[in-house]
Design a binder for this molecule. Sequence first.
Ligand code: SF4
Ligand code: SF4
Length: 183
Amino acid sequence: MAGEAEPVAGDTLQPAPGRACGSCTMCCKVLEIADLSKAAGKWCVHVKPGRGCGVYDTRPGVCREFYCDWMVDARYGPEWKPDTAKFAISPLTQGTNLLIAVDPNFPNAWRKEPYHRQIREWVKACEAMGKFVLVRIGQRCIALLPDKDVELGAVGVNDDLFVSRDAGPSGYVYSVEVRRRPD
Ligand code: SF4
Ligand code: SF4
């Protein structure tokens, strides 16, 4: 995996009608971008926060092709715009699961309403598809499983996450394992 902002191969995401980044530069902070040696949760050296990209005409392809879910899905209301919500939602690199990349200055933004209730609905929907939701706050990750949230500590984008479940007395009991890989 080259970084969380790597677009899915063959992906042709386009902004929804009327959607524009405007003053938002959240993805230039919250995502890891391997092509720029940029860690998750740190501003890109090229960003002008609140104004856009300082190297817009020559920005790397990964930046040209990336759109967060708010940009491509008109069902998200204005409260979900990343510079308002303080987090950006996108599919993980492989095109599966869901990544909620949170501004480390607002680490609990995703726990607030109206966000948290909807996020828990996505956790249930993801379970039905064999996927799960991952919250990333810089290097810190939290796996949102159907029966609980699991603090994973620091997780690199090269690390693998495996979610499993076992039958319990009152439903499935979920667990998640981090298999670390060298950078
Ligand atoms: S997080 Fe979304 S809206 Fe904000 S700059 Fe990135 S793509 Fe645009
Ligand atoms: S190069 Fe520009 S678009 Fe890409 S992360 Fe940096 S500031 Fe954002």
